[in-house]
Design a protein around this ligand. Structure first.
Ligand code: R2B
Ligand code: URA
Length: 310
């Protein structure tokens, strides 16, 4: 059930894998979906915006929020999890917006993105924009500041993602879409609700030692070593630290998806390591990327509707 013969118009979603053609059924195992068992073009063909974020709960709350913002609320407030057959990831859809959770860290988001990119491809989606909404540790920023990623850099501050394939290291580009980043910044100015900056985001393999924390189970460096490292990151233009942006940027670029990363900062890492703000404060912070992205999606849909009636 791959909607054969339906050609996407506009910018398609690319896969680059000759082996896929040999599959009678492409099972998207971690979504509990497949090309034989589900009519993916009918279920997802109209998707234009995909929002991804770590927690299933946050991605459900995002779909409820955007549904209200777009006046598309379900009267019964029922937003079923499309991936109900698995507890690996959660997925919700309202109109042209898909909301998907990705778990924590590069391996988890990478598995999700392989299946998501294939899903969008099999569904013949076109002109899709994908945005990661997440949390992060800030560097020299007031907690609650939202960072729109300019470049995702690795732990040595270089804009690259290294993937080991067949035992060899392949280096991939981590460019994100500059115009989407600028449009998101403009949304923040329009909303005027919280501080937003554009800057580099460091993507690490770990929350504790990988992010120079002093409060993990193990630590082999001094407080001065930590401060020197974070100061060097700051000088290299790093505004925040999280754990998924590099592979997200690399995979979206390979598939031709317009991509952006919007993360709120929970703390200033130059001042401490523990996330100890109250639940209410953190909840309010987490809503900020959602508000920005909702504003972006609304604007885009209004512009499109305007151009269609003109
Ligand atoms: C931000 O927050 C999570 C760790 O707490 C991780 O998924 C990330 O990128
Ligand atoms: N997420 C991270 O990866 N690091 C932080 O410091 C906070 C949230």
């Amino acid at each position: 059930m791959d909607g054969e013969g339906v050609e996407p118009c506009g910018r398609p979603v690319f896969v680059n894998n000759p082996h896929l053609d040999a599959l009678a059924d492409d099972v998207l195992y971690h979504f509990s979906l497949g090309t034989k068992t589900h009519n993916l073009p009918a279920m997802f063909g109209d998707v234009k915006f995909v929002c991804v974020g770590g927690s299933p709960w946050r991605m459900k709350s995002f779909i409820e929020y955007i549904a209200t913002e777009l006046n598309m609320e379900d009267p019964k407030s029922e937003y079923p999890n499309i991936c109900v057959g698995t507890d690996r990831y959660a997925m919700y859809k309202i109109g042209p917006v898909l909301s998907v959770s990705h778990g924590m860290g590069i391996p988890s988001i990478s598995i999700m993105l392989h299946e998501l990119i294939k899903l969008l491809h099999h569904a013949h989606c076109s002109d899709v924009t994908i945005i990661r909404i997440g949390t992060s540790g800030g560097i020299g920023l007031e907690p609650g500041t939202v960072v729109i990623t300019k470049q995702s850099v690795d732990a040595t501050f270089l804009p690259r993602f290294e993937q080991v394939i067949l035992g060899k290291t392949v280096v991939r580009n981590t460019d994100l879409d500059e115009s989407v980043a600028q449009e998101l910044l403009q949304c923040s100015k329009d909303l005027n609700l919280f501080e937003t900056v554009i800057g580099n985001t460091m993507c690490t393999m770990d929350f504790y030692e990988g992010q120079a924390r002093l409060d993990g189970a193990f630590c082999s460096y001094t407080e001065k070593d930590k401060q020197d490292y974070l100061n060097r990151a700051n000088e290299a233009g790093v505004c925040n630290i999280e754990m998924e942006s590099s592979v997200f940027a690399a995979m979206c670029k390979l598939s031709g998806l317009r991509a952006a990363v919007v993360c709120v900062t929970f703390l200033d890492r130059l001042k401490g390591d523990q996330v100890n703000s109250s639940h209410e404060v953190l909840h309010d912070y987490q809503l900020r990327p959602q508000k920005l992205v909702s504003c972006f999606i609304k604007k885009k849909l209004m512009t499109k509707a305007g151009s269609q009636t003109a």
